[in-house]
Design a protein around this ligand. Structure first.
Ligand code: ATP
Length: 823
């Protein structure tokens, strides 16, 4: 509930109670309409289902289409129950326009006479609700936020755009401050929520930016990049439905926990045609979660790997010194080296992927072998003839040419078939030009120093080269069959491009399916015309055929996710600073139109292969179509905690601006010093720790966590530790979820590494061993920055030795605790 002290009094002179009653009446009307539509849709659905499976093909198809349509509508109508309407704008009148009032909500509604009674938040008519600012009210007299719980109006929050009455410094672009603060002060649930009611003007610009081109949104922690990106997905699908419903939208996020964290936002916005994946899932059939060490990640993520893989494929197209020698059917067959080379070069010259060029190579080699076999047979037949002749018995008539071929072309063709069926022949040809899967190519390459050395050397001669130096590629070596890492996935995708598939069977199947589909579309058109669905604009024949083909489970999103070559209509990348050059190459392949939204923070880059500049990463794909927006206000972290983060930022990325916190007045962040392992109670530098001796992390941490939990009540807490100490710390908190667990977000306490905490937020953060985080890698400072900016209310830093210099503020700030005081 919005407390009275939060409500601006300016616009409520007519009495808050009266205003609330007026809004309650209107909200009642909206819910009545919603109930009516739901009842109607649900009747439509049960009618369609009740008629069972009878009737002809046409009737069944029509019923299925109706049932499908009704089910989707019903799901949408149910999803908007909470917060159906959250805003109202009053626009100035003045000739020729009359003054106008609009209500803004999660969906659009019309009354019986088709008059709009509620405007969808994504519609152009809703725009002034978000865009109006004191300096540019955009025709608004007043903006009102409605707080509705269980269909009851529990609070109002008004802003009057009376320019004379407002000072310039009235919160820059911030709008609906009271509503915003109320939204921000709610405890965290472990799932991200939507913010349709309180989208801020700078975020609105991002959400409603044009579809084409690449939009990069750079913003510090908590500036709402993630939440704005997800609302943008919903907005684009609403505004460009025709394009995007068929092609879908792909959202790429950093890790599976994060994907679960944001998973609920899109359905609440009524959008289902969205595929949400980590980089580790971009290649269908692989779900990589393991990570490389920094050295391997840096090499693997570099664009030079494209040349290494190209060379690795060429290395698999081999010609042995002595040519091809194989024994088939008891006969030794040979194809000389020069012939093998000529055929290899010809196959390479086709410019086809390896597995498709292989068909030509294998085919020609089989002819060579068949001819070799022929030659051998000819020779033996001639020999036999000569023997017979010598014995006085001629097999042929005197009239025949003694040098004529004894075997016909048909014989040779037949021999070719027989040779292809011979396992030894196939194995020999596979040795020269094997059929390769991406998994095999990459797996064997990374576990074989010989293959790697050769591919790295080969890359030197390619346009994307030179390849990595020996000390670099050695970092890639690992045991055969090691689990896939996220860094491997772009390599697998690159390999898939280079290898292609041997798709002749698939293409024949596709041809047959296309034929079937064309017939069905013709048929569907007839069905639509007689049902009237066509005139109503609800479906077209292709759409109906689509539904028919995919059945109820096959949404655009599902088909897209399973298809490596799917071309999305738009791609949104979150925590985009973590993607390597190779990962961008994969992402760009998924969106040929290069329509992208990229959100991230260069100051938070943790990956050794991640971005240091957006232009460097993206310029080569989008050129001049790169548009950059900045978000500057932090909605997550209170000012007191952000001051600590600002010191860290000044060390690690002095050129990045610290976002300004909306909230302040939170609990002061604190540092708690504990004894290091083996540190004596009276040891040098130890705080006085009491009679029972030096208490270290094992003794102190559970108590500190319990203390924090008490402070935050229903909220959530994260313990963030260096990766090397994760297991040790998790063992101290058996009730907590360790990050690998699938339901880390459903526990009050989660133990995370800085990487695992990316993009997430918690009411309280207990950061263990900051020096350990700093020392863990070259990007330790950036990881520390990520860790301290996860808290929405409280931050406790637990350290053993001295605090790192960049956290010194925790010593001097108010409320800093010593170990003894914290007990
Ligand atoms: N306009 C808004 N109204 C209400 N809450 C908001 C608004 N903008 C952002 N928030 C909240 O602020 C928090 C931070 O947002 P979000 O996670 O999108 O930030 P981010 O920029 O992605 O942060 P990071 O870079 O740290 O991952 C979320 O809880 C989000 O719901």
């Amino acid at each position: 509930m919005v407390e009275d002290q939060h409500v601006h009094h300016r616009g409520l002179d007519n009495g808050r109670a009266d205003a609330r009653r007026v809004e309650q009446d209107y909200v009642d009307l909206l819910y009545a309409r919603l109930d009516e539509l739901r009842a109607r849709t649900s009747r439509g659905l049960s009618d369609a289902l009740a008629r069972g499976g009878g009737g002809g093909y046409a009737a069944r198809t029509e019923r299925e289409a109706r049932a499908d349509e009704n089910a989707t509508r019903l799901a949408r109508l149910s999803a908007v129950e909470n917060g159906l309407c959250f805003g109202r704008i009053d626009l100035a009148g003045g000739a020729p326009q009359a003054a106008e009032t609009r209500y803004i909500g999660r969906i659009g509604l019309r009354d019986e006479d088709h008059e709009p009674i509620l405007i969808d938040w994504r519609a152009p008519a809703a725009r002034p609700f978000y865009a109006a600012a004191p300096a540019s009210p955009g025709g608004l007299v007043r903006r009102r936020h409605l707080h509705v719980r269980d269909r009851e109006v529990v609070g109002l929050d008004d802003e009057v755009f009376d320019l004379d009455g407002l000072s310039e410094d009235d919160r820059r672009s911030l709008v609906g401050e009271a509503a915003l603060l109320a939204a921000l002060s709610r405890g965290r649930t472990g799932r991200m929520g939507d913010i349709v009611a309180t989208i801020q003007a700078e975020q609105d610009r991002v959400i409603r930016a044009a579809l084409p081109g690449a939009l990069v949104v750079q913003g510090g922690p908590g500036t709402g990049k993630t939440v704005a990106a997800l609302h943008r997905a919903a907005y684009l699908l609403y505004t460009h439905r025709a394009v995007l419903e068929r092609r879908g939208v792909l959202v790429v996020g950093p890790n599976p926990t994060f994907l679960r964290y944001i998973g609920r936002v899109l359905p609440s916005l009524g959008e289902t045609d969205v595929v949400v994946q980590t980089v580790g899932q971009l290649h269908p059939g692989v779900a990589a979660t393991a990570e490389d060490d920094d050295a391997a990640a840096a090499v693997k993520g570099s664009l030079r790997m494209a040349a290494v893989l190209e060379a690795a494929v060429a290395d698999r197209q081999r010609v042995p010194e002595e040519g091809l020698a194989v024994r088939a059917d008891g006969v030794d067959l040979r194809v000389p080296r020069e012939t093998c080379e000529r055929l290899r070069d010809r196959a390479r010259g086709l410019g086809l992927p390896h597995n498709r060029a292989r068909k030509l190579f294998v085919n020609e080699m089989l002819w060579e072998l068949a001819r070799a076999q022929d030659a051998w047979l000819e020779e033996s037949l001639h020999e036999a003839e000569e023997l017979l002749e010598a014995a006085g018995d001629t097999g042929r008539s005197e009239l025949e040419d003694p040098d004529a071929r004894l075997r016909t072309d048909e014989d040779t063709a037949y021999a070719r078939e027989t040779l292809w069926a011979d396992a030894a022949v196939r194995a020999a040809l596979d040795g020269l030009w094997p059929l390769l899967t991406p998994e095999r190519l990459v797996g064997e390459l990374l576990s074989d120093p010989g293959l790697l050395a050769s591919a790295a050397a080969g890359a030197a001669h390619l346009p994307d080269g030179p390849g990595p130096a020996e000390e670099e590629w050695r970092a890639l070596l690992r045991p055969a069959h090691a689990p896939w890492t996220t860094g491997d996935v772009p390599l697998l995708d690159e390999a898939a491009e280079l290898l292609g598939t041997d798709d002749s069977e698939e293409r024949a199947r596709e041809r047959a399916e296309r034929h079937k589909r064309e017939e069905f579309e013709r048929y569907a058109q007839g069905v639509l015309e007689y049902t009237g669905l066509y005139e109503a604009g609800m479906l077209d024949a292709a759409g109906l055929a689509d539904r028919q083909e995919r059945g109820p489970a096959g949404t655009t999103a599902e088909r897209a996710a399973a298809d490596r070559t799917w071309a999305y209509g738009h791609v949104i990348v979150d925590e985009a600073q973590e993607l390597s050059e190779m990962a961008w190459r994969t992402v760009m392949r998924r969106v040929p139109a290069k329509s992208l939204t990229v959100v991230g923070d260069l100051a938070q880059t943790g990956s050794a292969a991640g971005a240091r500049s957006w232009q460097d990463m993206l310029g080569r794909y989008v050129g001049g179509r790169l548009h950059e927006e900045h978000l500057l206000v932090n909605y997550r972290t209170p000012a007191e905690i952000m001051a600590v983060a600002a010191d860290v930022l000044a060390e690690i990325a002095p050129d990045q601006r610290v976002p300004e916190s909306v909230r302040d007045g939170g609990a002061p962040p604190r540092a708690v010093r504990v004894a290091a392992e083996g540190e004596a109670a009276s040891g040098a530098g130890a705080e006085p720790t009491g009679a029972e001796g030096a208490d270290g992390i094992p003794e102190r941490l559970p108590g500190l966590v319990a203390e924090e939990l008490e402070q935050i009540g229903e909220g959530r807490l994260a313990v963030i530790t260096p990766a090397a100490r994760h297991a040790e710390v998790a063992a101290l908190l058996p009730e907590a979820a360790a990050e690998a667990g699938p339901d880390a977000l459903d526990h009050p306490v989660a133990v995370l590494t800085p990487t695992g905490s990316k993009g997430l937020e918690f009411d309280s953060v207990v950061l263990v061993d900051p020096s350990g985080i700093l020392a863990a890698s070259a990007s330790g400072g950036r990881d520390l920055y990520v860790a301290v900016t996860r808290a929405t209310r409280r931050l406790t830093v637990v350290h053993e030795g001295d605090l790192p210099g960049m956290l010194a503020r925790l010593h001097t700030g108010d409320g800093t605790e010593t170990a003894s005081a914290a007990r």
